[in-house]
Design a protein around this ligand. Sequence first.
Ligand code: PMP
Ligand code: GLN
Length: 387
Amino acid sequence: IVSKLPDIGTTIFTTMSSLAQETGAINLGQGFPDFEPDPALLDLVTSAMQQGFNQYPAMPGYLPLRRIIAGKVQETYGRTYDPDTEITVTSGATQALMTAILASVHPGDEVIVIEPCYDAYAPAIRLAGGSPIYVPMHAPTEASPGYSIDWGRVRGSITSKTRLLIVNSPHNPTGSILSGHDLDALEEIVERHDLLLLSDEVYEHLVFDGLVHQSLARRPALAERAFIVSSFGKTFHVTGWKVGYCCAPAALMREFRKVHQFMVFTVSSPFQVALAGFLTHPEHYLGLPAFFKEKRDLLAAGLASTRLKVLPAPGTYFMLADYSEISDLSEADFSIWLTRTFGVAVIPVSAFYADPSAAESNHRLVRFCFAKKEATLQEAVSRLTEL
Ligand code: PMP
Ligand code: GLN
């Protein structure tokens, strides 16, 4: 077989999780909780199965779930999506991203991808016959310690072939979030160039310090050309369930569903029924910022007593740390060294760049996941005290 993705190997998440397992390291690499979801949610799955929700649900998803998603989005961001024509339940955000890209990108199209970025975007673009055009973010400096989007470079990368622009906020791996000013810049760009948008908002409920998530759904000029993707895996600590969703205006969603129905047709029914029931209690997601902030602060305080320098982490359950006072190793080598020597697995940020070995992809930063039990975080910190 002639490979369509010859350069793609095992993902960094699998690689680092395997290394953690092999060495007995605490896994603060791959992003998933090491604690269980709410037992009430688990009971809802069992009872859905017992009530007979075991056959195919509707192709776009269980209607009561789509209705409750519509209500939640309306209440949170002020945009009304029609559950019949504008919301589709997907097999995790990953399938929603692939589906949106396959539905919108034509051979020869260019897609703006802001890097560092999540690893699922570029392969999907390439499978659609498009080309990812990478635009680096402003890297952290002494004066400005967080990552931010370089809108000047985004503007400069747009050509007559640009079809789609992908944004991700809260952002994996940097933990940065979009501001209202970012949305202003994006509005100006899409209106001038008539682009489609794909907005990966899987960490929408993980925003801390009183800040708010700037969903594209808040701005009509953005929402009318956007596929907005979210995931229950992140929101309800069930990454293994693989249930997410996409919201988009009817004309975009029509094309999305043409791909969706032949990619998966529909998504596991008892999980959809359970999630619909659980979502009737907004406190289940409204409490997330306080819940995760405590974990973030615990890890940040622990790392502060090492030579690692923690970067601001206003969103997601990830935190970056600068190891330049400790080592000159590349990020990939440092991550392996840290895992083997100190028993704590992390992810090199360079893995989120098109060329992980390039100097511009290595800022001596590694990513820690803090979606872990307090005891796990404390044990990780105690293993790192000599660092
Ligand atoms: N987008 C981002 C930014 C992510 O971090 C993840 C999960 N790690 C996904 C998409 C995929 O989400 P899901 O597990 O629901 O497919
Ligand atoms: N999104 C998760 C992370 O960034 C991992 C998902 C995966 O393993 N593909 O760690």
